[in-house]
Design a binder for this molecule. Structure first.
Ligand SMILES: Cc1cc2nc3c(=O)[nH]c(=O)nc-3n(C[C@H](O)[C@H](O)[C@H](O)COP(=O)(O)OP(=O)(O)OC[C@H]3O[C@@H](n4cnc5c(N)ncnc54)[C@H](O)[C@@H]3O)c2cc1C
Length: 320
């Protein structure tokens, strides 16, 4: 099997026994994201090759690897001492089954890695195709010490609704100290990451006495970090003819568990004939405080054929 002599182009140490190294990429070197390749050094002339998963993607011009440093390990005791510009030998044949073509598309893909086992998953996540085949990808990386959490910043910044990164550390105090496989077995991964988180169904008692509510909106209106509620309602005017639209505000007084809302306070009453048909809380003027924005329409009996002419407006209700 042919080995191509390449150069080390950069090194980064994550912890005492893990480091990343990048190399030049041999001409014509092709691979599938998630595959591994034999990589070696010749400390005394004779090649010492070992299997290495490729961290970089097939799009990159360089190759990147994440390595353990085994004390007295035949290869890694030398590899840990290499410098930029040193030679390294990379086999031109790649292989491996941690590639997308070996898994059927589905809803959730769990990637459970310990230590340097993270390497092939980084390649798949960076390449991005995995996100076309799965609604959600959950990657657990377990290491003994926090420093061993290689690529933590990158993975944290890539996290979003579709990609959940769950770092766990087993031998130091950390937010999660379980192994990934245990989290998978005991159902925590599916509860906290695959399922839509923490749905609860509880009656919140948001009705306004005796009246039907027309619109709801929820947001942190007063900026105290807790959710407030807005409700608009149609109300009969005293003369029985007209309807008025009103907006009520309730401050949230979250206790443990479900939110409890304060009693409603009427904060707005639309002019006669105007109806509020949408209501939302949004930080429209970007001052980090939410305003109330409502859409409203006015019905005017003018045109005898059409009977009503409707005027639509958007109103902004600010705190003061
Ligand atoms: C398919 C495949 C892919 C691999 N991908 C990687 C990779 O991306 N990064 C990487 O560092 N290693 C990887 N390895 C292991 C790698 O091939 C070498 O074993 C490792 O680099 C140590 O080499 P060595 O010659 O210093 O020690 P070796 O004589 O090869 O190993 C000595 C002992 O160290 C332990 N050991 C070896 N590698 C690891 C490791 N990665 N994590 C924890 N304990 C280990 C084992 O107990 C082993 O018996 C992979 C192995 C396989 C089979």
């Amino acid at each position: 099997m042919p080995y191509a002599e390449q150069k080390i182009t950069s090194l980064h140490r994550w912890s005492q026994n893990t480091f990343t190294f990048k190399t030049t990429r041999p001409d014509g070197f092709d691979f599938k994201n998630g595959e591994f390749v034999m990589v070696g050094l010749r400390p005394e002339g004779k090649l010492i090759p070992r299997a290495y998963s490729i961290v970089s993607t097939n799009r990159d011009n360089h190759l990147e690897f994440l390595s353990i440093q085994v004390p007295d390990g035949p290869l890694t005791s030398h590899l840990a001492k290499v410098d930029k510009g040193n030679s390294i030998w990379i086999n031109t044949k790649t292989t491996g089954s941690l590639t997308l073509e070996h898994i059927l598309p589905g809803r959730h893909l769990y990637m459970l890695a310990t230590g340097t086992g993270l390497a092939p998953f980084i390649s798949l996540i960076r390449a991005g195709e995995v996100f076309k085949s799965f609604e959600r990808v959950i990657l657990v990386h377990t290491t003994r010490i926090e420093q061993g959490l290689a690529y933590r910043d990158e993975l944290t910044s890539r996290s979003n609704d579709q990609f959940h990164y769950v770092p766990t550390v087993t031998r130091e105090p950390f937010e999660t100290t379980d192994r990934g496989a245990d989290l998978f077995r005991n159902g925590e991964l599916s509860t906290n990451h695959a399922a839509n988180k923490n749905w609860f169904f509880e009656k919140l008692n948001l009705h306004i006495d005796g009246l039907h509510t027309s619109r709801f909106a929820f947001g942190d209106y007063d900026g105290d970090g807790r959710i407030d509620s807005l409700q608009s309602r149609f109300a009969k005017h005293e003369n029985g003819e007209d309807t008025l639209s009103e907006i009520f505000f309730r401050r949230n007084t979250t206790k443990a568990g479900a939110p409890q809302f304060d009693s409603p306070v009427r904060i707005f009453e639309a002019p006669r004939g105007w109806h509020i048909n949408s209501i939302t809380m949004i930080d429209l003027d970007d001052d980090a405080q939410q305003e109330v924005v409502c859409g409203a329409f006015e019905e005017k009996p003018q045109d005898p054929d059409k009977r009503w002419i409707v005027a639509s407006e958007i109103w902004l209700l600010d705190r003061d």
